[in-house]
Design a protein around this ligand. Structure first.
Ligand code: ZN
Length: 309
């Protein structure tokens, strides 16, 4: 699909491969961001920020519960003191609910936008939610997946009206289909981009996707849809690896290089569209990396960022 045929020479058909220059990550880790869930068991957010600073890491992507634990003001202060950039803020979303919980979902998401803004994040990552009773506990039990998907789109449309004037881009993160019931019923880049095109047809930059290799590596349409996303829609890029076997649906993500994902090829595709942001390492690993000292995890992230990302 990358070959371009030049038919202008009689009988002689030249196949021109596009010149794609990837950024060179091998000599430093200037473009590495740490999603703070990667070391969430080893310390609170302020300790994580200190550790990242020690290792010369200059970007993070924190989670709301970690910010809440230390307080938003303290988190903002630590981020500014160290001059960190935020490659994202995790997370808004969980849109599906029953009618009784709709206001809660709306208010919660608006607070997420406000926090992302205070922290200076480049985007608010949306994990959109699955069925109502799993996304918003207390909601009536529902098996209506199509209805949940409609609620997601309606929820994003409404949140966009709040986030756009605030200058906070929303990044829909498609999740692997094994999470469709409880975490996200948007499961492919295609689905996410369809929503983007309906809600932001002018490609203003206010709405896009977070491309996380863990969730999209298997998709037969991956490269087509990265191209379709293009620069305006590619708001965040998350890396880890897919372990074989995977021992837990949620908390057995691999360190880059330990699994089967073609990391270089995917980054090349994303960068070919003009993505120039951070590679954000996001690893949930109950069985391995959450058990190791924070410095060892960060050191390994840096090494693998240079050697395999
Ligand atoms: Zn992610």
């Amino acid at each position: 699909m990358d070959a371009r045929h030049n038919g202008g020479h009689d009988g002689l058909e030249l196949v021109l491969l596009p010149m794609v220059l990837m950024r060179d990550f091998s000599t430093d880790h200037a473009m590495l961001s740490i999603n703070t869930a990667t070391v969430r068991k080893q310390g609170d957010l302020l300790e994580i920020i200190e550790a990242c600073a020690r290792h010369g890491i200059r970007a993070i992507s924190p989670w709301r519960d970690q910010v809440a634990t230390v307080g938003l003001d303290a988190a903002v202060k630590a981020v500014k003191t160290h001059g960190f950039q935020l490659s994202g803020y995790c997370r808004g979303g969980m849109f599906p609910s029953d009618a009784a919980h709709a206001q809660e979902a709306r208010d919660d998401n608006r607070r997420a936008v406000d926090e992302a803004k205070a922290l200076g994040a480049v985007c608010l990552v949306l994990v959109v939610g699955g069925l109502p009773h799993t996304s918003r506990p207390g909601s009536a039990v529902s098996h209506d997946l199509a209805g949940a998907r409609q609620q997601v789109e309606d929820g994003i449309a409404e949140l966009l009206e709040y986030a756009k004037p605030a200058g906070m881009p929303l990044a829909i993160e498609p999740l692997h289909p094994m999470y469709a019931a409880d975490r996200a019923c948007v499961n492919t880049l295609e689905q996410a981009l369809d929503i983007c095109d309906r809600l932001d047809p002018a490609r203003t930059g206010a709405l896009g996707v977070a491309a996380d290799v863990y969730h999209i590596w298997w998709d037969p349409n991956l490269y087509r849809d990265i191209q379709r996303a293009g620069r305006e829609r590619l708001l965040a890029y998350h890396v880890c690896d897919w372990l074989v076997p995977t021992r837990d649906m949620l908390t057995d993500r691999g360190m880059m290089g330990d699994g089967v994902i073609e990391l270089r090829k995917i980054r090349q595709a994303v960068e070919a569209e003009g993505f120039s942001g951070f590679s954000e390492v996001e690893i949930f690993s109950e069985l391995d990396w959450w058990k190791r000292p924070m410095d060892e995890v960060l050191r390994t992230c840096i090494e693998r960022h240079k050697s395999v990302v």
